[in-house]
Design a protein around this ligand. Sequence first.
Ligand code: ADP
Length: 453
Amino acid sequence: MACMAFEDLVGLIDSGDIDTVLTCIVDMQGRLMGKRFHGEAFLDMAQHETHCCNYLLATDLEMATPDGYASTSWSSGYGDYVMKPDLSTLRSVPWLEATALCLCDVLDHHTLQPISFSPREVLKTQISRCEAAGFSPIMATELEFFLFQGTHDEIAATGFQDLRPISNYNEDYHIFQTSKEEVIMRPIRNSLRRMGVPVESSKGEAEAGQAELNIKYADALATADHHILAKHAIKEISHQKGYAASFLSKWHHDRVGSAAHIHQSLWHGGENVFFDACAPLAKSRLMDYYLAGLLTYAEDYTVFLAPYVNSYKRFAKGSFAPTKIVWSVDNRTAAFRLCGEGTKNIRIECRIPGSDMNPYLAMAAMLAAGLTGIEKELDVPEPFEGDAYIDDAARHIPGTLRDARDRLLGSDVLESAFGAETIAHYARAAEWEVEEFNRFVTNYEIARGFEKA
Ligand code: ADP
């Protein structure tokens, strides 16, 4: 499935079939940010470059202007970045009238060099490193999310009190309940396929109102692009149909959280080099090293898999979300699950990422860890068997965002892969999330202590 060729866009703008081009960067939170160009203006100028305020890569979910970023600040005047369209990502947006979309890379306004901590650039750098070692990273993400009655605006007007999932029972694999949701899910699947995102399937997930979308594996950059386009489509199409989609990792303490598992394999010459027909499980030595890297440095990169305070509430015993850094063969209590054993589709699934992760950063961080495992030829332990939740010997996934941030700051492996500037940037992002959370008094604290303290 191809994206749109530039000549096709020219023709569609000429004929009036396209009149709007969304020109977007991916921000630190994994969202599309940018401008809506008139088609003719896109062809006249924006196809070459356009600009955005550089706070877009130093802000939070609420568009705040936190201090502490070296890249920009009030004292440096919050200047511009260049948004450089990557014309290979051009595609139509089927659920919006006469609209196309183009992703952009982010460049320094003066030197025109890529901004190293821009999420797409962070991933591109690790992919180049992987390719220099002779491998192409092939990945897939699974998107879990909740669908709620009413739009986001209607829910916000209730102070987020009126949160009614679209179904009232666990709809895991249910066909009848998901038929009721087809008004949303069918246009999501079909629109994404039409824009070159190879959706495989959707299904009900293991909680009331929870859904999952599966997209076929692709090279890592395409997979990250597919992920954010799918997330965007899910939110916009749900809104158009009068519903709200949420990718919060954990929206209620008594409900299951939402994950975004990442499947990984390395390929060479069109073949999966994690496959070795002669080895036990058909798991190659190279896969052992990569997996050992993922395990050894898991704490160092957790912050990229769980970037908010809320993300850590998902890691609960008996919830299908992992708590322990162990690997297993087809065992959903472990953080890493070997899938497709004995077949050419052998791969490792990391179950740590929440649905709120930024796929570019998460994949880049895991590639950095896995490649280090290959470089150092690290030993992989025996696979875990049984219930990982109750294994006291196993290492814990960091329990809080502060712990994860501290581990990132102490990581030589991540620093040498990402560079000190990028590490400091994302450590500041995490610290800001903790600072903001600590400043707020929550409903939970009032209910617990108002009278009883
Ligand atoms: P599940 O039963 O967990 O949903 P699937 O068989 O649907 O598992 O696969 C989950 C994901 O793994 C899909 O998105 C699929 O494209 C991806 N996948 C399959 N083979 C590979 C591979 N070799 N490398 C990376 N991802 C893969």
